[in-house]
Design a protein around this ligand. Sequence first.
Ligand code: C2E
Ligand code: MG
Ligand code: MG
Length: 765
Amino acid sequence: MFKPEIQFEQLKVLYGWQKIGVTSGLVLACIFVYVLSAVIAPALLLAWFVSLCLVAALRLLDGRAYARDNTDESAQRWLLRFRLGVTATALIWGASAWLLFPENLIEYQVFLGFALAGLGISVAVSYAVDLYSAMVFFTLIIVPFMLRMFINLEEFAVMISISMVWFLSFVFVGMRRANVYIRDNMLLRLNANRRTQVLQNSEVRFRQMFERPLTPMLLIDPMAGQVVEANAAASRFYGYSMQQMRNQEMAEIELDCHSSSINDDLEHRIAVHRLSDGQRRSVELYISALNVDGRELQFAIIHDITDRMRMEAEVHQLAYYDPLTALANRTLFYTNLQFVFEQVKHQLDHACLMCIDLDQFNHINDTQGHDVGNKVIIEAAVRLRRCVGETASLGRLGGDEFVVLLSGLDEDTELAQQQAATLAEKIRATLALPYYLGSAIPLHTDSMMTQYCSASIGVTFIHASAGSVSDLLKCADVAMHQAKKAGRNTVRFFDQSMQISLDTHARLNVELRNALKHKQFVLHYQVQVDSQHRPIGAEALVRWQHPQRGMQSPDSFIPHAEQTGLIVSLGLWVLREACTQLQKWQQHALTRDLVLAVNVSAKQFHQTDFIEQVQKILADTRINTARLKLELTESAVLGNIEDTISKMEQLRGMGIHFSMDDFGTGYSSLQYLKRLPFDQVKIDRSFIRDLATDANDAAIVQAVIAMTQALNIEVIAEGVETAAQRDFLMAKGCHLFQGYLFSKPVPIEQFDKSLQETLQQRLFH
Ligand code: C2E
Ligand code: MG
Ligand code: MG
């Protein structure tokens, strides 16, 4: 370690002293020559002196060259040259002990010895930094004189020689010790220099790292609770000058914080920091301990995470909360429900789940518009929250369907039931109160619209025996539907009979799916006739040929198929089957003009690809589309009236006709009928049934017929069972009929057969 640096330092000392050393050596040589000139031949003296001067000159030149080019890398070379110069000088001086030795002149010999020893010691001390130079110089100067004295064999000379041996070894030890001491010193100094350098570098690096970045950084004294140092980015972020930042109280900046340690050296902190203008920002701090001049400080890197936090909160809100009411959405509610469900398994407290559905909410939506509908939903959510308090979990599963999760009910089942019933009743009563919309001032009726909207509530207890949270929701849902069936604005608890219906539902679901796969559906056809009983067409009505239960009427499975969405594929099957039949009819002159009516459910009609599906069927069967009539109920056309109109127009563009089925049973209004491109209105069979006995029904039927006449729309009555009904209808201006009076819905073979018979009878008459 440090070898080149040590050599460099050695050379600095050696060459630094060389000029004085060489010059003093020459001065000594002059004295030397002067003293010895009395006893030594002048030529010899001169030769010796000249050679010494030459070497001295070379060494001085070498010294100058060194001063110009001295680097760590060339140190080895310079050391070699220096040692060469020293050796040469020492050899010349050493040679003097033989060449210039004054025989038998003891006082001159003493002078020679004294001069050489003095020179040797002074040079050896000066060159102690390089043990080689020191030893070689000293040895080459002293040893020849010592030998020369020894071979004199005079007692005095031998004694001098022997004492010089001792002297030599003593000086050697001294030189060695001085050398070690000097080198140790050098090493220490180099070490210290290097450490200082490293420290300076790291200080510079730290300064750069601290000052340059755009990230705010603080040096904090945690004991004093003050900022010690801040970088420019921090000063910009907090809005204080650098001066103000220093000694800023942390309590002034940091308002709220949560810390956690990442490891022993690093702390993570989420906090709210106040800026100079009072603004509050959410920040994330990474803090590490830092010892500065014996002070335990904290170095903090600060990230402004306000926007990130806001975005995260928004994402969280969007992901888990209903945007309209800010109640938990399906995902969050399921999680809460799952949690309570798990809890119930381990504790005695009861918990219950309520499914709340606003009664006839669609009516408000359809007649008053979505804005009013939304206001009702929002108000209902507020009332619900008021009823259940802040602790209960409340959610909106979509549309007008709310859910309440009530835990912590009494351990006693009866008491718990009472608690749940009381709350459910409170909710029912609260939701049934009038909704004053459109004004901020309650009961300020001038600017307010009053809506009435009750709710049906289904309640189920959360039992550990329930299979899953979906089962629980299904139970509450079934109870809610029971409440609807019981006349709405009612509370119903889930019970065993409901469980049976739930099971039936589940079974029906599986069976229906299989039925489609195994082609268990068939179409029956019910004839439609004109006033002369001439068949003008038929309605295709689906039947389910159940392998065990026999022929099933659509009322027993269509509502379920609608609920589960299976109606979409079933409806397509019906349409394809009906079109295939139409195509067959179109092959014969007798049946070519028959119009076939096909029922289309709301769900099916509102499928985004409904038009494409119809187009595909039409392309496959290549029928005369003028003979196809689609029957839509009011529920199918309401809701999204614009979509309905657009779809109907597109289908009419293909030649298809439309009939409004079950007219009069819903919220039928002229308003819709006027806007929608229907070709026909079908008076519902419920009005026809009681025509003879119910004056209201007769009046309604009469009004419907008058309305269709005014709008120039065809009208047909379904469910005509008696001649009296037919006559009444005819008298009022309805000349098209469908009903048992003419024929029940029958399989195609039977339909074709009776068609033939009717036509033949007509031919004979
Ligand atoms: P809808 O479209 O109003 O069909 C007329 C219903 O009245 C048929 O009942 C028919 O059998 C019955 N009907 C006809 N004449 C008389 C009569 O003189 N007296 C009595 N009491 N009833 C009569 P069905 O076949 O049981 O169908 C019931 C409902 O099922 C249909 O009402 C329709 O809404 C639905 N439906 C039937 N087939 C399909 C279908 O393929 N697709 C869709 N989406 N719904 C269908
Ligand atoms: Mg129909
Ligand atoms: Mg009908």
